[in-house]
Design a binder for this molecule. Structure first.
Ligand SMILES: [Fe+2]
Length: 401
């Protein structure tokens, strides 16, 4: 079971014209992939959805067994898109979650869940992927396990492929983590308000705190030493499909501090797949690695994941899709532990309530089939992502369930 889930290449992306897509392409795909759509769609609360593209309406309808599309507006839910948004949606460059995050979601009737339910149908039809049905994802071994550096790559690979994450205890020492922590105050003065690499959050006490320093590698020799170390590089080889360390300057390491009581600005991200804003079929699965500079638990900002969700076509955010039948687990860590998750494993960071924590995020990506075309599309998507961290975070203790 490889974790290379890519099915699309950026340079092969075709423009989408709403009329011909809804009159010809989409109905044919709904017929062709009925068997992949119907079992999952029956479990969704699908409301008829009018998709209006540059003023031209088509209504997607579900009759209990089949999805259909017809000209006109008859939906209980209604979304307005630009031609570019429809094209990005169809080509899997963007998603309803991305539109919402960028405050571009224009729904005069219904809400994000209605759009997400139909997004599952759309992806199933376009990507020939089965909509998740409760019970589809099974595990050979219990999906909760902690590894040590002495465990074999093969054992970790098998677990990662099945569960979508790894917890490796004690990969780094307390001394190494202390050296990284000592670089935080040295790096902080380089991050000012308005810098897209600096994320700030306001706490209940009213203070504004620097919560994320992207490009931390520029100011922390100790952190660079870690990611160039063989213990870290080994992680990229575990899936066995040629993952490479993230190299682009300014994106190699994000250094996070998680304060208590954030009321504005994102410090703790609710449930999401990292591909929730788009590009799943071009990039998944990338590997995200969290290095616990300080330990974390339920009171101090631990990571939580839903094992097996990388194998399931489900809502990619902003909560665990109701009724999907997959259970979240906590990933408490100690100083020097590492967590690894796939870009399409559903995860969240739990807002700290008693103690703050520090964690580095870095990772590995797959080599793009057409790097130049991938880079052009990534830059467009990055413009969306750069705006998301100004939105309101969760209440302390919120689990997003
Ligand atoms: Fe994430």
């Amino acid at each position: 079971m490889s974790v290379d889930l890519r099915t699309r290449v950026d340079s092969e992306q075709a423009p989408v014209e709403a009329g011909s897509f809804f009159r010809e392409t989409f109905p044919a795909l709904l017929d062709a992939h009925h068997a992949l759509i119907a079992p999952g769609a029956r479990e969704l609360a699908l409301k008829d959805l009018c998709v209006e593209t540059d003023g031209e309406p088509f209504t997607l309808a579900w009759d209990g067994d089949r999805a259909s599309v017809a000209p006109g507006s008859r939906g209980a839910a209604h979304v307005r898109l630009t031609g570019e948004q429809l094209s990005d949606l169809v080509n899997d460059q963007s998603t309803p979650v991305a539109f919402m995050s960028n405050r571009m979601l224009d729904m005069p009737a219904g809400g994000l869940p209605d759009f997400l339910n139909w997004w599952l149908v759309l992806r199933a039809a376009l990507d020939a992927r089965r909509i998740h049905v409760r019970g589809d994802v099974r595990f050979e071994a219990p999906p909760r396990r902690t590894f040590t550096p002495d465990d074999s790559d093969d054992a970790m690979r098998a677990f990662l492929e099945e569960a979508g994450y790894l917890h490796i205890q004690g990969l780094f020492s307390e001394g190494e983590m202390a050296a990284v922590a000592a670089d935080y105050p040295k790096a902080a003065p380089h991050y000012a308000k308005g810098d897209p690499l600096a994320w700030f959050a306001t706490t209940r006490e009213g203070g504004e705190e620097l919560v994320r320093m992207e490009g931390f590698e520029r100011f922390s020799p100790a952190a660079v030493e870690l990611i160039e170390d063989e213990r870290f590089r080994r992680i990229g080889r575990i899936p066995g499909i040629g993952h490479l360390p993230v190299k682009k300057p300014g994106t190699r390491i994000g250094a996070l501090t998680k304060p208590i009581g954030v009321v504005k600005g994102i410090s703790d991200v609710p449930w999401h797949k990292d591909c929730s804003l788009g590009r799943h079929s071009y990039e998944c699965c990338n590997l995200t690695v969290g290095i616990s500079v300080t330990g974390a638990d339920a009171d101090s900002g631990q990571l939580r994941v839903v094992p097996g969700t990388h194998r399931a076509l489900v809502w990619p955010a902003p909560c665990i899709q109701p009724g999907q039948g997959l259970e979240p687990i906590d990933l408490p860590t100690r100083t020097g532990d590492v967590t690894v998750h796939l870009s399409c494993t559903l995860h969240m960071s739990q807002p700290p309530v008693r103690r703050t924590r520090k964690v580095l995020y870095t990772g590995f990506g797959q080599r793009a089939a057409d790097p130049a075309a991938a880079d052009r599309n990534r830059r467009r998507l990055a413009a969306v992502r750069s705006k998301t961290h100004t939105r309101v975070s969760q209440e302390p203790g919120y689990l997003g369930e």
